[in-house]
Write a protein that binds this ligand. Sequence first.
Ligand code: KG4
Ligand code: ZN
Length: 347
Amino acid sequence: MTKRRINILAIETSCDETAAAIISDDLQVLASVVASQEKLHERFGGVVPEIASRAHVERILPVIEETLRGAELGLADIDAVAVANTPGLAGSLLVGLAAAKAMAVALDVPLLGVNHLQAHIYACRLAAGRDVFPCVGMIVSGGHSNLYRCLGPLDFELLGATIDDAAGEAFDKVASMLGLSYPGGPSIQRAAADGNPKAYRFPRALLKDKERLDFSFSGLKTAVRYAIAGPGRTDFSAVQLSRRQVADLAASFQQAVIDCLAGKAFLALKKTGLARLCVGGGVAANGPLRERLEADARRAGIELFVAPLQLCTDNAAMGAIAVERFKAGQFESLQLDVLPGVVRRKG
Ligand code: KG4
Ligand code: ZN
């Protein structure tokens, strides 16, 4: 008799996407559903935590049902339930965790925890279809810009992180200054396509510091503000930007972020002596960033894995990392709690 496949239901509600996926122990994604909340947060220019958690409550069960239908499986076919329990927004994480615990109890199957940041890197492993470890892992998302030494899928050592804003956060805030729609990353990328990346000389904080693997994007954001409003002025409500100015500001800003991300990622490779780079998170969807990393990797002889577009922004398919935990027997008790917040370097 052939061994029956193990099916893991993964739940992801760490920020503003309500997502579920079913992944088998041979890493096949049998179904993956993402209910985006973009429309709900659009007019605020960023995620409003209370709105996010309420929307998760409304959507979580329909999303799970749709995932089961997509995989053509019933509840009895689920062998374990996995849930992202860190990092993220407390209220959002709690909705996913409560749903996961309830299902694990009702189905009498094990509960698995997923670290959302490790999952973003595991998206590269999932897409590659082969081992990508050991590697340098770079997570560039709305909440994080972190570099890790990843010795295995569950063995991460933080090497550097942003000391203020995350890259995605900077994209979202600068987009709002330029009157571009939320989320800022895709709209800045679109506007920048017609712009000159050298039109404005924006700072590349910490890039010349070859000791540190940290990022800082808050000064860049302020520099864009001054470029719009005039030196030392913060109020630009009366300023009317031309299409050309918006394109040039977007392109110059995007280039500054790309220079910092690529510069530090390759510094991390040099410092660790590792020869593989895995990149995940929403900002990894950025076309010019992907092209730059590919060019730099080719030149440096580095094996590059960037998550495919649909696995960059938040999704539950990357919860496939739970397969590693299942195989390692790392099950959670019903005491499992959320560990909200963002991951920053101490000191
Ligand atoms: O990973 P993600 O979906 O959520 C978090 O875990 O934070 O990342 C969302 C972030 C947003 O800030 C969004 O503006 C950014 O990813 N993003 C992009 C692009 N697509 C999404 N940033 C730059 N270029 C893009 N094409
Ligand atoms: Zn994320």
